[in-house]
Write a protein that binds this ligand. Sequence first.
Ligand code: APR
Length: 234
Amino acid sequence: MLKQWIDEATYTVVFTGAGMSTESGLPDFRSANEGLWNNLDPSEIASTDALNRNVHAFTEFYRQRVLGVKTYEPHKGHYILADWEKQGKIKSIITQNVDGFHQAAGSKQVAELHGTLQTLHCQSCKKQYSSEAYIDKEYHCLCGGILRPSIVLFGEALPQDAFQKAYKEAQACDLIIVLGSSLSVTPANQFPLIAKGNGAKLVIINREETSLDFYADLIINKRNIGDILKELDS
Ligand code: APR
C-alpha cells in the first residue's frame, strides 16, 4: 500500500528523527533501551542553562556527539532517500537530526529544524568554527567566549530559515512519511500535523508507538527503517 501511495503522490515530504540514524551507529534519545535521555536529563545537559552553569559536562557531552557524527556515516536508507529526491519521488526532507547525514548521502532539499553538529559558534560573538575544534578540545573563541554546537538547545528558538522551509513543505505535500521519531518534541512535531491538516496522508514508520499515532493513516511499528526503505526501493 505504501509503495502505491508514494507512486500516486504528487508531492511527498519525509520527516526524520534520531531513529533514522541509529542504523548508522548513533544513539537516539528515547528508545526504550539505548536512548540518550534514559540516563541523562536533557534540561541538565542540552540547554542554555547547562551551557552557562555546567560547561564542563556540556562540552564533554557534545564533544562525544561530535565524535559520533565524525566516526559514523549515513547508511543505505539515507542514500535511498537521496536517490528518491533525484528521481522526484520525494521533494524534501524535514529533519530533527543534527548529524548532517542526509546531506552527506546527497539529499539537497533538507530543512534542519534543530541545526547541525557539523559547525560550532561562539556563544558571545557568534563567530563560526568547524566542529573539529571540539575534537581538539578547543572550547573557546578568540574573543574568549565559549564555543557551542550550532544546534538548537532546549529553550532556544528554531532557526527561522529551516522553520519557514519546513512550514512551506508541510503545506505543499500530499503525503508525509515520518521515519524514526517519537514525535514528542514541539514545535518539530507540529509539521506532520500541518501536513495532515492540509489533506496530506500521514505515514509513521517507527519501531515504537509515537505521540501522533492517532492521526496516522498508516503506522509501521517494530521494523527497521533501513529494511523498509530497501523494500520500497526494490
Ligand atoms: N527503525 C525504526 N525506528 C527506530 C529505529 C530504527 N532503526 N531506531 C530508533 N527508532 C525509533 C525509536 O523507537 C524512537 O521512538 O525512533 C524513535 C526516535 O525517537 P527519539 O529518540 O525521541 O528521537 P527524536 O524523535 O528525533 O527526538 C526529537 O528530541 O532531544 C531532542 O533535539 C532532540 O531532535 C531531537 C528531538
